[in-house]
Design a protein around this ligand. Structure first.
Ligand code: ADP
Length: 212
């Protein structure tokens, strides 16, 4: 089974993806997490993408597609795509790649959350540098340690108002069209992402039951 999680930055797809992928024994592909990790480690790839990430722009499609193909050439498990695809070109390339492996997408879960609510969440978001868990802390509040692994909590460089606005605009311009793309393939299921975390998990689990 291969699944896409689609929605605004801040719609909660990353939190749900980590949980669901683990529950279902799937691999979690979150290019944003991979790229930020490369930036922090100052690898050649990290240096190459740093300007894109810190200004809220998408990195070039070819680079994301290379990441996908390099990482999963030999992967046999189902993949949960989180934050990918984000452009029509990526969506078409994903379909082609899956079909070259005699596979397909089983479902696309669309996390529906108004833009203003998503932006507000990002402004209050802190993430663990160790395990990636996300928490909420009002802007300016002191940051404690991760309650899951004890790692250090940090705000992301792109979680500041001007860059958040840019990421929202990029979503509207380039990613939102994927809702109708997947609707026309008849595999889109919408969940109400303005609910508490567990209630969203229940909706996602219910949506996936029919394709398991
Ligand atoms: P968010 O969804 O909160 O914006 P992510 O962690 O998913 O954050 O992504 C962070 C950044 O990584 C994006 O702003 C973009 O620069 C880059 N990125 C992630 N996924 C993609 C993608 N599929 N295509 C192009 N760039 C991407």
């Amino acid at each position: 089974m291969n699944i896409v999680f689609l929605g605004y930055p801040g719609s909660g797809k990353g939190t749900q993806a980590r949980f669901i992928a683990q529950k279902l024994g799937m691999v979690h592909f979150a290019p944003g997490d991979i790229l930020w990790d490369e930036v922090v480690k100052k690898t050649p790839l990290g240096m190459e993408v740093h300007d894109y990430l810190s200004s809220g722009r998408l990195v070039p499609d070819w680079l994301i597609l290379r990441l996908l193909k390099d990482k999963f050439a030999a992967e046999k498990r189902g993949i949960l795509f989180d934050g990918f695809p984000r452009t029509l070109e990526q969506a078409e390339a994903l379909d082609a790649w899956l079909s070259s492996r005699s596979a397909a997408l089983s479902a696309v879960i669309y996390f529906n959350l108004p833009e203003a609510a998503a932006a507000k969440r990002l402004e209050g978001r802190v993430a663990c540098a160790g395990c990636g868990a996300s928490y909420t802390a009002p802007a300016g509040a002191p940051l404690s340690a991760c309650s899951a692994c004890g790692g250090a909590l940090k705000r992301r460089d792109d979680d500041v108002p001007a860059i958040i606005q840019k990421r929202m605009m990029v979503y509207r311009d380039q990613t939102e069209q994927l809702i109708s793309y997947y609707k026309s393939n008849d595999i889109l299921v919408e969940v109400k992402a303005d609910q508490p975390q567990q209630a969203v998990t229940v909706q996602v689990a219910t949506a996936l039951k029919s394709v398991l």
